[in-house]
Design a binder for this molecule. Sequence first.
Ligand code: NAD
Length: 327
Amino acid sequence: RKLGIALVGLGGYAGGQLAPALQETDHCYLAGIVTGTPSKIDKWRRDYDIPEGNVYNYENFDTIADNPDIDIVYVVLPNAMHTEYTIRALQAGKHVICEKPMAVTVEDCDRMIAAAKEAGKLLSIGYRLHFEPHNIEMMRFGQEKRMGAIKHIIADNGMGSTEGWRLDKALAGGGPLMDVGIYCVQAARYTLGTEPVAVTAKEGPKTDPEMFKEVEESLTWEMEFPDGVTAVCKSSYSENMNLLRAEAEHGWAKLEPAFPYSGIQGETSDGEMDCEGVNQQAIQMDDFAKAIKENRPTPVPGEMGRQDVKILQAIYQAMESGERVVV
Ligand code: NAD
């Protein structure tokens, strides 16, 4: 049986990526929606053949507990809302995928992980790149020391513009670091297979102080890993950047662009990476459905999301204090 997924929050990512990907999945399907915007319901129901009984709003959401069609709730709301809806879904007896960043504080991550344990349900974070062949190749390049140990990493992720809740600190938890910089933190961690011990950070200038009055416009930070390995990273809401590069003892590997939904290109000092393009979200959601069916852990669990949030918080602390912060 295909497991039923309900998407919570029908915005850009849910509508543009997740719902289409759920047309390509083998182990799960789009069974329901949770939305605060009634005008969206008709089109979603028509496009995806969703029965009326599988449509929820934020008030009656908890009654999803009584709906056997829904096995998994996928939380695709603004960052600061992840904790509440993840916990409510777990308490309703559903497995949960929550989008990145997992939450805006480590304490919230802890509450989410505790709720999953208490409910005996799986909790996963939407880290699609763990299922993307070029990024998997990068993990092997680093962790298997294909060209010797990695000495240095460069990771940049930036968008030329942004709008809406992403500029609102209360909803986003911060600026581009929370939204796109998290990919650089993830990439350094999965390329090296080790954890950063300390961070330093410097905020970039605000070219539009009115727009960026609550969050940073751009940020440069450095993560120190064991054995003197460093990762230098940049994230921005005013510059397009998309790069992951690893310098090893006897060569290098690079993805550029590294983090988009499609079109990722990879190269090493030995030549081009021979990897296929895939529907990352379809594989990610199918793997989660299989983890549930096979009663095994997910490779991208809440604990992984928590570690990233912990590092993001350390980077902000370093940015604000100007000091080196131990993670
Ligand atoms: P979006 O603004 O397009 O959609 C947000 C949705 O939340 C909208 O449907 C909106 O109506 C709803 N919402 C409910 N309460 C709201 C409130 N108080 N303020 C604003 N919106 C409210 O955002 P998005 O790009 O779809 O991002 C949603 C989540 O998905 C974020 O956590 C983001 O980081 C994550 N995301 C992940 C990826 C990825 O590649 N994994 C890509 C994009 C977004």
